[in-house]
Design a protein. Structure first.
Length: 624
């Protein structure tokens, strides 16, 4: 037996482990199990190369809780370690790295960076254990000679040569008082599900009951037997080649990933690259309804089937965080902080590669079956529009298949649509005006006005619309988007023809004053327009620029202009007979006329509510 001092100058490594890694205590289990998985896969490789002799036997890794003795044990039948290896890998290496690190970064540490980076993986056990034992016998050992190492969370360790029948390593954690949650079946079960669900070697945690049928025909009997409970699927779908998988396998995998989600994904993208970096994975396009609370953090990041994180913002482009699925890459560092990951060269390459793949897949779907793609459009447009807004390259790719859907539910690509409306929606300045509505029902009267003029109206109802149209305007020359209720139809698409007014300048002046005296001036700007006498007498519009800024502020971005006030234009058609009638009227009758006509315009914009609506109804009844 020997005792020794772990190779570290200060006694400080243990407090550091505990303190800096505080927020993420649970990852100790991932560290220890992935060590066990590594040891097992190494053994398999050595055996294939003929360096490990004999039968390997059952290689299942076991996780055991011994609540009475307050122990958690992780047992593998992998390569094991000799005494020299324990000394080299456990006593020395871990700390020499940590020591340099501490010197360099003293005082400015974000603890998550330490682990892993410096081979502290195994030592993360001390976040939850007051004492850790390693019992290990190397596959190289000729006899039953094994090593027993004990450390009580201080730099002194104990190393003893013992006998052990079986090859492999057993890690025994004496769980400390403040970490007793890790002695609970449910907690460990949950962690195994989180971190080990797809690890490469079978992991057993307890047992479960299974019903088996004994005998055949009439003699068949059902019997309950107890079998080992294997917590992981060692060959998840993404590790297979796409040619081996059918549509149902992908759907099955989706359910495996999200057992609590009942909606099926719309389609998937199988990522499979080995050059210039290693990347596999399956991404799913979920159904996203406009205005629905968008769910992020559904993509899981793995490194060689070991779960790393499901907070992938900054790692994959933001718009892709709306997708679901798995990304696995050996090139993703396991244990580093988010800021480190975001700046990692490989991670950035991976991210732009994924963007490209997603665009490829969408284009392929569009080309292969445009009808089907168009049907899915409504469910995927938020993701695509989001992508087009945030990634220039994705924009360039997507503009070929992003669709415009008009009020008659006809679907066009952007180019097709611009071509279509060029015929009669070019204004006097040569700009093509795309008229759009956010809501077919609410803006019905505006839409039908536009259509009455022979114009077309697209429906843009995603929460990103104002950003999206802004983006399209900057990408396409001489194209402007205007919402149908942003102005009167003649002003939306201004042509050369001028309509003269039936009123004199003086009458116009009087009319304006009368209107202003009877409406809320803070809310409405009164504007007189000479329109066709068949047009409505009063129309309320929401100026395009103000509305867009307001919407963009709500969804992030846009100019910061403080709280934008509610503001509308009240447009009076001077050629409507009502204009003259207002001019001629006197006293209460005059103001009632104005109020009533204004209320009608508000109704058209769905702005009449509460007391104003009640008053309107009473006034209407009285006049019947
Ligand atoms: N269960 C085990 N069986 C065999 N060797 C092990 C086992 N656990 C740890 N080791 C050895 O100890 C070394 C140090 O382990 P540790 O977890 O600290 O770092 P790592 O696994 O090398 O790196 P990291 O965990 O940061 O990815 C391992 O590289 C391995 O050689």
């Amino acid at each position: 037996m020997s005792t020794g001092k772990i190779n570290v100058t200060a006694d400080n490594i243990f407090p550091i482990i505990k303190k800096f890694l505080y927020s993420d205590h649970e990852i100790f289990l991932r560290e220890l199990i992935s060590n066990a998985v590594d040891a097992t896969t190494k053994l398999k490789q050595l055996s294939r190369m003929g360096e490990a002799k004999g039968e390997l036997g059952d290689l299942t890794i076991k996780v055991e809780i011994d609540e009475a003795n307050k122990q958690l044990r992780i047992i593998d039948r992998g390569v094991g370690m000799t005494a020299e290896e324990v000394d080299q890998y456990i006593n020395q290496v871990a700390f020499s790295g940590a020591e340099d690190f501490l010197k360099k970064y003293e005082g400015k540490l974000d603890g998550a960076d330490i682990i892993g980076h410096f081979g502290l993986g195994f030592y993360s056990a001390f976040m939850v254990a007051s004492k850790v034992e390693i019992k290990t016998r190397s596959f190289k050992a000729e006899s039953n000679e094994a090593v027993h190492w004990i450390c009580e969370g201080n730099p002194e360790f104990n190393l003893e040569i013992v006998e052990q029948e079986d090859r492999g390593t057993e890690i025994i954690l004496h769980i400390s008082e403040d970490s007793e949650e890790f002695l609970k079946d449910s907690r460990i079960g949950e962690l195994l599900d989180k971190y080990a669900k797809f690890m490469q070697v079978p992991i057993q945690f307890g047992t479960r009951e299974e019903t088996v049928t004994e005998g055949e025909g009439d003699d068949a009997k059902e019997e309950k037997v107890t079998v080992p409970h294997i917590v992981n699927n060692t060959e998840p779908a993404w590790t297979k080649s796409p040619s081996e998988l059918g549509e149902d396998d992908y759907k099955q995998f989706y359910r495996e990933l999200y057992p609590m989600t009942f909606e099926e994904p719309l389609f998937h993208i199988h990522l499979n690259v080995d050059y210039p970096f290693d990347l596999t994975g399956i991404l799913f396009f979920p159904r996203i309804k406009p205005n629905m609370e968008i769910q992020k953090n559904k993509i899981q990041l793995y490194q060689s089937q070991v779960f790393v994180t499901d907070h992938v913002e900054g790692i994959v482009p933001d718009f892709l965080t709306l997708l679901h699925g798995v990304i696995d890459s050996k090139d993703i560092p396991l244990n580093v902080s988010r800021s480190y990951l975001q700046n990692d060269h490989n991670v950035r390459k991976i991210s732009s590669h994924i963007t490209k793949k997603v665009a490829d897949k969408l284009e392929e779907l569009f080309k292969a079956d445009r009808e089907d793609f168009a049907q899915k459009w409504n469910d995927i447009k938020v993701i695509i529009e989001y992508g087009m807004l945030s990634e220039e390259k994705f924009f360039d790719r997507s503009k070929k298949f992003a669709l415009m859907v008009n009020s008659d539910n006809e679907k066009f690509t952007i180019d097709e649509y611009l071509e279509k409306v060029k015929e009669n929606q070019v204004d006097k300045n040569g700009e093509t005006i795309v008229l759009y509505a956010a809501n077919k029902e609410a803006q019905h009267s505006f839409i039908s006005k536009a259509k009455g003029k022979g114009y077309d109206v697209v429906i843009l109802d995603s929460p990103l619309t104002s950003h999206y149209v802004q983006k399209l305007e900057s990408a396409y020359e001489k194209v402007k988007f205007k919402r149908v209720d942003a102005d009167t139809i003649d002003k939306l698409i201004e042509k050369d023809e001028e309509i003269s007014s039936a009123l004199s300048d003086k009458q116009r002046e009087e009319l304006k004053e009368a209107m202003e005296a009877n409406v809320d001036k803070a809310k409405f700007t009164v504007r007189l327009e000479n329109m066709d006498s068949s047009e409505l007498p009063l129309t309320i519009t929401v100026p395009e620029f103000m509305r867009r800024m307001k919407e963009m502020q709500m969804t992030g971005g846009g100019m910061m202009m403080g709280e934008l006030p509610e503001s509308y234009e009240l447009i009076v058609n001077t050629n409507h007979p009502l204009a003259s009638k207002i001019l001629e009227a006197e006293g209460d009758f005059k103001s009632n006329l104005i109020k009533h006509a204004t209320d009608l315009a508000m109704l058209q914009q769905n702005l009449l509510h509460g007391e104003a609506l009640t008053n309107f109804i009473h006034r209407s009844v009285d006049s019947l």
